[in-house]
Design a protein around this ligand. Structure first.
Ligand code: AMP
Ligand code: MG
Length: 378
C-alpha cells in the first residue's frame, strides 16, 4: 500500500486495476454519449453521387440560351441533358448526366452558371475512410456521421455498473425528519449523477451505519463492477470503510495530496475495485472529478484546464494541490476568477455557486492579479 500519493500517482495506481473491456452492440438511437469500441470505416462515399448544393437549374456552363426540359428533386433517379437544355433541380438531387454547373433560382434560367455549387461524390468521405475511431464519444454529430456512413448499430463499451454506498450513523435520507445530531445524506445523490454524466450505470444503495458487520454484509451482497463508498476513510474511530479494507480487503493507496479530499482510499474488496471517497461533500465530489472520473471514463472529462487571472486572493495548502472553488468568466481577452462562498469542504453550496476550482500547486498561495491554472468544470 502507498500512502499520501499525488493525484497523478493515485490515477496510475487505480489504472492498474480494472478497466472494463467488454463491448455490446447498440442501435444509433441508443448510442448517445456511449464510447465507440472499434474504428468504423465508411460503408459508402459521402455524398454517394454528385448532387446540387442549391435550388436552381442544372446546366452546361458553355450554353447561353437555355430551355428547361424537366424537373429533378432530391431522391429522383439521375437524368440527362443535351446542348441548350436545363433541368430544374432541387438541393440534394443528383446532377444530370451532361450538366457541369448550377444556376441559382434567384438568378433566372440564363443567369450565371456556377461549377462550385455541385457537391462531388466522396468529397466528404470516401468508402473505407475511418472517420470514427475507437474511444470516440458518441456525440449527436458523431451519431449522425455513423448513420451517414451506413451503420444501423455500432459496438460500444459496456457501461461500468458502479455501486454507491454512503456510510455514517448521522445520515438521514432527505424527506425524513432530522433527529438530534443527524444530517441529510447528500453524497450518494450527487455521486450517482456524476456517474451518469460519465457514462456509468449507478446502483444507488441504502445508507450503511458505522459498523464493520453492516458494511461487510452490504459489500458482500453487491453485484457490480466497481464500488464507490463515501465516508469512513479518515483517522476517526468509526471510520469503518478503512478498517474493513485494512483487515479483510486490499488497499492500494490511502490519502492523496489534495485539499479538499485528502483521505481517499483505493483497493479491492474480494476482487472488486473499491474507491473509498471522503465523507465531506465537496471532498467526495472533487475526488470523483480528479481521480474517479479520469479512471473510469477518461473520454468524459468533467472539466477543462485553463489559465485564469485571480480577482480575489486564494490560500494554498502545505504539501497538497489546493482546489478552491472559483467562478470563471471571460473579461476582454482573458479569463478571470472570483470567489463567493465559504470554502469549507462541508459546503456543497460552494460547488453550485462556482463553476471551477483552482489547481494551486502544493505550498503556494496566490494573490489578486496572479495567473494560475484552474479546472473549468463542465
Ligand atoms: P467521514 O468521512 O465519515 O468522517 O465524514 C466526514 C464529514 O462528512 C462528516 O461531517 C459527515 O457527517 C459528512 N458526511 C459523510 N457522509 C456524508 C454523506 N453521504 N452526505 C453528506 N455528508 C456526509
Ligand atoms: Mg463517517
Amino acid at each position: 500500500m502507498e500512502t499520501f500519493v499525488t493525484i497523478e500517482r493515485a490515477l496510475e495506481i487505480a489504472r492498474q486495476t480494472l478497466s472494463i473491456t467488454t463491448s455490446e452492440s447498440v442501435t444509433l438511437s441508443q448510442s448517445h454519449d456511449r464510447i465507440l469500441n472499434q474504428d468504423l470505416a465508411s460503408k459508402v462515399d459521402d455524398p454517394p453521387f454528385d448532387n446540387s448544393a442549391m435550388d436552381g437549374w442544372a446546366v452546361r456552363s458553355q450554353d447561353r440560351d437555355r430551355v428547361e426540359i424537366s424537373t429533378t428533386a432530391a431522391g429522383s433517379p439521375s437524368s440527362e441533358i443535351a446542348e441548350g437544355e436545363a433541368i430544374r433541380i432541387m438541393t440534394g438531387a443528383p446532377m444530370p448526366e451532361g450538366a457541369d454547373a448550377i444556376v441559382r433560382i434567384e438568378d433566372g434560367l440564363n443567369g450565371k452558371a456556377h461549377t462550385n455549387f455541385i457537391r462531388r461524390q466522396g468529397e466528404n468521405l470516401t468508402k473505407g475512410n475511418v472517420a470514427l475511431r475507437a474511444g470516440q464519444v458518441m456525440t449527436p454529430a458523431a451519431i449522425s456521421l455513423a448513420a451517414t456512413m451506413g451503420y444501423a448499430t455500432i459496438p460500444v463499451r459496456t457501461k461500468p455498473r458502479v455501486a454507491v454506498i454512503s456510510t455514517g450513523d448521522e445520515l438521514v435520507t432527505p424527506g425524513d425528519d432530522l433527529a438530534d445530531g443527524s444530517i441529510y445524506e447528500s453524497n450518494s445523490y450527487g455521486l450517482c449523477a456524476l456517474l451518469e454524466k460519465i457514462g456509468c450505470t449507478p446502483i444507488h444503495k441504502d445508507v450503511v451505519v458505522d459498523s464493520l458487520d453492516a458494511l461487510r454484509t452490504t459489500l458482500d451482497s453487491l453485484d457490480c463492477d466497481v464500488i464507490l463508498t463515501s465516508g469512513g476513510v479518515s483517522m476517526g474511530e468509526f471510520d469503518y470503510v478503512r478498517k474493513l479494507m485494512e483487515e479483510e480487503g486490499e488497499i492500494h493507496f490511502w490519502k492523496v495530496a489534495m485539499r479538499p479530499g485528502g483521505p481517499p482510499l483505493f483497493g479491492t474488496w474480494k476482487g472488486t475495485p473499491l474507491f473509498g471517497l471522503p465523507g465531506n461533500p465537496v471532498s467526495s465530489h472533487l475526488v470523483f472529478t480528479m481521480i474517479v472520473a479520469p479512471w473510469l471514463a477518461p473520454e468524459h472529462p468533467l472539466g477543462n484546464t485553463v489559465q485564469v487571472r485571480l480577482k480575489d486572493p486564494v490560500k494554498g495548502a502545505p504539501g497538497k494541490v489546493c482546489l478552491r472553488r472559483i467562478q470563471i468568466s471571460s473579461e476582454g481577452d482573458h479569463l478571470v476568477a472570483t470567489t463567493h462562498t465559504h470554502q469549507g469542504s462541508g459546503n456543497i453550496h460552494s460547488m453550485v455557486a462556482h463553476n471551477g476550482v483552482t489547481l494551486l500547486p502544493p505550498d503556494m498561495s496566490a494573490n489578486a492579479g496572479d495567473i494560475i491554472d484552474a479546472l473549468w468544470l463542465l
